[in-house]
Design a protein around this ligand. Sequence first.
Ligand SMILES: NC(=O)CC[C@H](N)C(=O)O
Length: 380
Amino acid sequence: MTTSTRGASKVPAVLVLEDGRIFRGRAYGAVGETFGEAVFSTGMTGYQETLTDPSYHRQVVVMTAPHVGNTGVNDEDMESGKIWVSGYVVRDPARVPSNWRSRRTLDEELAAQGVVGISGIDTRALTRHLRERGAMRVGIFSGNALPDEGTMIAQVRQAPEMTGADLSAEVATKEAYVVPAIGEKKFTVAAVDLGIKGMTPHRMAERGIEVHVLPATASVDEVYAVAPDGVFFSNGPGDPATADHPVAVMQAVLERGTPLFGICFGNQILGRALGFGTYKLKYGHRGINQPVQDRTTGKVEVTAHNHGFAVDAPLDKVSETPFGRAEVSHVCLNDNVVEGLQLLDKPAFSVQYHPEAAAGPHDAAYLFDRFVSLMEGQRA
Ligand SMILES: NC(=O)CC[C@H](N)C(=O)O
């Protein structure tokens, strides 16, 4: 049953950026203090999927949509077993959530999971600040007796930075597990979990794929022990420059020529495996309304993004790599950031965005079919 949040928290809360800018609001969710990298998401819907996406580990997410929590919280739309954001920033929480699937309010869910949030923030001003100055560390402090401003700023500046953070092992499964194919089983895929979202194996299972989800630390032998028709590398938190182990495993997969697909962190790992660099974007792409062009067809798709880093590969030429020729297959039309890579001499490709996005849009779902085609091609 949905309960009302009329009479929202009167507990004061403060949001403190590492450059000293301060916003005052009210406690939302758990009361306490939290730290992370401040990032903004432009998604108008899908907050449950955002909160439970393991890629948001150690990030404090600012919602640009002014009303959050309108449809409450249900038991079906989680992308993983828990909320991963380290903090949550909203302007106006829904006073009376309403949806036929809603079980509790977002405020209650954040509090139950110990996630510190803040409401009553001018999220437009905060977003403009982050766009101008770039993503940066932030702290949220709530309670009736708060430290003085200088102490809070000093604490924020001691928090770890996202650059150089190696986080996959903190969010990935410790034990391998299997997501069975829905209907007739056609293929087996080994999916290296770097922070996988639940919808990803589901989108594969819908296409007759039995998905063996393996820990981030899986070795090449463990990947091939499941006799895979294809290998998948998932999304995940942290800086791709630290992901040396998955890069080495991917290089072994490319060497063998097994069909390969990567999403988000998986795209950055393919970039590194081919010898390209990665770099941190000023404020990243997060939301469900980003225009991307598939250069292999010319079509433009509206897509879901959540990335703070990107691959540094040339847009205008085919690159020679240790695994043959490679090219940028997808590009973001807002800023020309690399959004996809494909090999021309091996069955391997990846995208920086989210074809599995559960809150939609679903324009990019065809990429799972492309993966199936690669696996079919390998059998033929
Ligand atoms: N969703 C993801 O896989 C994110 C990848 C990486 N952590 C980034 O921020 O760019």
